[in-house]
Design a binder for this molecule. Structure first.
Ligand SMILES: Nc1nc2c(c(=O)[nH]1)N[C@H]1C(S)=C(S)[C@@H](COP(=O)(O)OP(=O)(O)OC[C@H]3O[C@@H](n4cnc5c(=O)[nH]c(N)nc54)[C@H](O)[C@@H]3O)O[C@H]1N2
Ligand SMILES: Nc1nc2c(c(=O)[nH]1)N[C@H]1C(S)=C(S)[C@@H](COP(=O)(O)OP(=O)(O)OC[C@H]3O[C@@H](n4cnc5c(=O)[nH]c(N)nc54)[C@H](O)[C@@H]3O)O[C@H]1N2
Ligand code: SF4
Ligand SMILES: [Mo]
Length: 727
């Protein structure tokens, strides 16, 4: 490969995305596969079982894996088409170095030496914390574990965080506060066995498609369904009761439902007294939240709120499920705590068919949040500031406690520090912040200020274009390891094929860098399994105890639920049985929460609420799915969803080009006029970069307790564009 100039057209010609890509010779001309490898989908937290078909050491197709219990062979469109990544023409096959005006290939040894030399130079001038590490939750447990240890002991920086900061942290922080553990409380079989499902801010059919099947199984038995969402999503269309909330108002709604449940006599006093603490403060806090008092603010008539409370009170068994719709807020933790208050007050947890869960987002959204790659966390979901936790990890690693840096900055704070010039070097794996962080213009400015940036990816992501070095890593099917699914079930990812050409396994790249950073004895790993064995040992005795899990046991049982403290232990599918929680006194904690408004309210200049999220065919920043032709065909470009009444006010009809502007920037998109959204709210999916990126509009405002960004509420104005400016 010759040098590729760094202008947009040359980069796209060399590295894509090549959108309409199909395998050479077409889909039918592949012949009989050599083998089928049982593994899991590389995309969302459902982690569906799938068989990858291999021919001539390339993945060429998929087949259902019907025996795998979670999805029993079912897959969504992304899972069916993911195999098209493996032979994709955009695949990075050699390390690349930025030259004066573009990217040129560079030998591996030189690339790795350069990383160490440039990082150490920055650290010598500006201190060890002038370099940050960003990691991801699509990575296996082994890689997530390795990244935390690598940042702290090889690079020697306190600043390590991950893209789950944009995803799971609000739910995680709230679960830890309330329960003393951060894991879905129930196996998914409990959804199928319940009497009422309350779904808040989760577009289940498009974003956790297999969960729909569990809900339908419950519905077949007569279970009721209540959905809270500003959009009448596919799952909401099938609900008994749909509550079209104004974005950002969930605390007010949940407090009102609890207020009404208390009035109806729905509190389980025996459970509250025996197994919880703090209920009287919550009783006091919800006193002023009568449905009539909140109906205008939340945008739902009081009688509908009362109906929800009646359904909740009457159902013997309930499952409350939520997702990013209530978590992507400056009060994300409080939203989640108000859900948990309702569950605890009615004692509806810890039984068959009865409980609570946040629906994990990323492929390893669960496991990657407990292996120690968060700025505030060490392996085993331990607290980096807790002296006992630090001592336990230091002893397991064989280093003095002082060798473990203290708490660092969150991922968005890292970008803010880069913008201010306080962090000057960046190492990233599995993160595309230019597309995924709020206020993309600010993120771009920050990236341009870095003295040195190296990223490991298999495609040239939008962020990677700003790198000094790009190292070709591995697709999920090119490595072995474990992930932990939405249920808390630890699963085995099998290597289907080796990495192509000069691409290398991610963990091998990190290990080789650690050796060059002078930490060879701490990173003496010859397989990803050796990393898992260390992870088991280090997690022993922690809340996220994996020490009793072996790869053989996972294969034999089709997954093992953590905590699993010894090899004879069967794993823990359902938490909190018998009302036993994970705080030292065994009790769950209530937290009184008061409603407060979003960071940015609508006003005369920006009168419309923008909320953002997903469509079924695209995944996250689209680096992977925008390259898969058959998925692009399903939803080729982002559109702005708006209600016919708003469209009429704006003089817009379906398909018209419009400009959506916030205080941060603007995007030009086509209007999608649908009756399935509140008239005061518009929705844009965020999977696209550049001039179509929803994150040019979103606000840099964060939850003070978890650091999660407020992706779900911003104020915008919309104008119709003249036809000549059609996009
Ligand atoms: N197809 C697809 N599936 C995915 C992903 C993907 O990119 N594509 N990503 C995965 C990941 S990482 C994640 S985190 C999950 C996300 O899964 P979800 O959270 O289900 O998806 P989102 O589209 O982000 O938001 C969910 C819903 O929240 C609603 N909402 C917006 N604001 C509010 C509010 O203030 N209150 C309430 N109650 N609801 C609100 C939106 O209308 C939307 O329908 O999906 C996972 N699965
Ligand atoms: N406006 C708005 N913004 C959002 C959201 C929203 O709802 N609205 N949702 C937020 C959420 S919930 C999430 S999870 C984030 C996701 O945001 P990101 O994590 O930034 O998005 P990804 O697309 O997962 O980017 C991961 C990058 O790593 C690469 N990659 C994936 N797997 C691997 C691997 O195994 N090895 C290597 N080497 N590389 C890999 C991919 O090619 C991609 O370039 O976006 C957040 N941003
Ligand atoms: S539901 Fe999630 S894990 Fe299952 S096939 Fe679709 S993207 Fe993959
Ligand atoms: Mo996510």
């Amino acid at each position: 490969m010759a040098c590729v100039p760094a202008d947009e057209a040359s980069l796209i010609a060399a590295f894509g995305p090549h959108l309409a890509w199909e395998p050479p010779g077409g889909f039918a001309a592949r012949g009989t596969p050599d083998r089928a490898v049982k593994t899991h989908c590389c995309f969302c937290g459902q982690q569906c079982g799938v068989q990858l078909l291999v021919k001539d050491e390339r993945v060429v197709g998929v087949e259902p894996w019907e025996e795998f219990p979670f999805n029993q062979g079912k897959l969504c469109p992304k899972g069916i088409k993911r195999y098209l990544q493996n032979n994709h023409p955009d695949r990075l096959l050699q390390p690349l170095v930025r030259t004066g005006n573009g990217f040129a290939p560079i030998p591996w040894d030189e690339a790795l030496d350069q990383v160490v030399e440039r990082v150490r130079r920055i650290q010598a001038h500006h201190g060890p914390d002038a370099v940050a590490v960003l990691s991801g939750a699509s990575l296996t447990n082994e890689k997530a574990y390795l990244m935390g240890k690598f940042a702290r002991l090889a690079v020697g920086t306190r600043h390590i965080d991950y893209n789950g900061r944009l995803c799971m942290v609000a739910a995680g922080a709230a679960n830890l506060k309330a329960f003393g553990i951060d894991r879905a409380a129930n196996p998914w079989a409990d959804i199928a066995a319940t009497d009422l499902i309350l779904v808040l801010g989760a577009n289940v059919s498009e974003c956790s498609p297999i969960t729909t099947d569990y809900i339908w199984r419950a519905r077949d038995r007569g279970a009721r369904l209540v959905v809270v969402d500003p959009r009448l999503t596919p799952i909401a269309r099938t609900a008994d009761l749909y509550l079209p909330i104004r974005p950002g108002r969930d605390v007010a709604l949940l407090n009102a439902i609890l207020h009404e449940v208390i009035r109806l006599g729905g509190v389980d006093h025996a459970f509250v007294e025996a197994h919880t603490s703090g209920f009287s403060e919550v009783m006091e806090a919800v006193r002023d939240y009568a449905p009539e008092a909140v109906e205008r603010e939340v945008g739902i008539p009081a009688h509908r709120i009362r109906e929800a409370a009646v359904l909740w009170t009457q159902a013997p068994r309930t499952m409350l499920l939520h997702s990013r719709g209530i978590e992507h807020h400056t009060k994300g933790v409080e939203n989640v705590l108000s859900c948990i208050n309702l569950v605890l007050a009615t004692g509806k947890i810890g039984r068959a068919g009865c409980g609570y869960a946040t629906i994990t987002g990323q492929g390893n959204g669960q496991g990657a949040r407990e292996q120690g790659q968060r700025c505030n966390q060490l392996p085993g979901a331990r607290d980096v500031e807790n002296p006992e936790h630090r001592a336990a990890v230091a002893a397991a690693w064989g280093v003095p406690e002082s060798a473990i840096p203290r708490k660092g900055a969150t991922a968005p704070e890292i970008l803010e520090m880069i913008h201010r010039g306080e962090i000057r070097g960046l190492i990233s794996l599995c993160f595309n912040p230019l597309v995924s962080l709020p206020d993309a213009t600010f993120t771009r400015e920050a990236l341009e200020r870095l003295d040195f940036y190296v990223t490991i990816d298999f495609f040239l992501s939008e962020t990677a274009r700003h790198a000094d070095l790009v190292l070709p890593g591995s697709l999920q099917e090119e490595d072995e390891g474990t992930v932990t699914s939405v249920e808390g079930r630890v699963l085995h990812i099998r290597e289907a094929v080796p990495p192509p050409a000069e691409a290398r396994r991610d963990w091998e790249i990190i290990r080789d860098l650690a050796h060059r950073f002078g930490a060879a004895e701490l990173f003496d790993f010859h397989s990803s399994r050796a990393i898992f064995e260390e992870l088991r040992r280090v997690s022993r005795g922690s809340v996220a105890d994996y020490s009793g899990i072996t790869w053989e046991k996972i294969d034999e049982k089709m997954g093992v639920f953590w905590p699993c403290p010894d090899e004879a232990h069967p794993g823990t599918p359902r938490l909190f049985e018998g009302g036993r929680f994970y705080h030292a006194d065994g009790r769950a904690r209530f937290h009184a929460v008061a409603y407060r408004p979003p960071a940015e309210e609508v006003d005369d200049a920006y009168p419309i609420i923008l909320t953002t999220g997903r469509v079924v065919s695209q995944f996250l920043t689209g680096t992977q799915t925008r390259r898969i032709g058959p998925l692009v065909d399903l939803y080729p470009a982002p559109r702005v969803e708006m209600h016919p009444r708003l469209a009429a006010e704006l003089d817009v009809t379906d398909g018209d080009p419009v400009r959506v502007a916030s205080r941060r920037g603007s995007v030009d998109l086509l209007a999608h006029v649908v009756a399935t959204i509140r008239p005061d709210t518009v929705f844009i999916p965020y999977h696209w970069p550049g001039r179509r990126s929803a994150n040019r509009l979103t606000v840099r405002a964060y939850d003070p307790l978890s650091g999660i960004p407020e992706f779900k509420v911003a104020a915008v104005r919309i104008e119709r564009l003249p036809a000549v400016e059609r996009v």
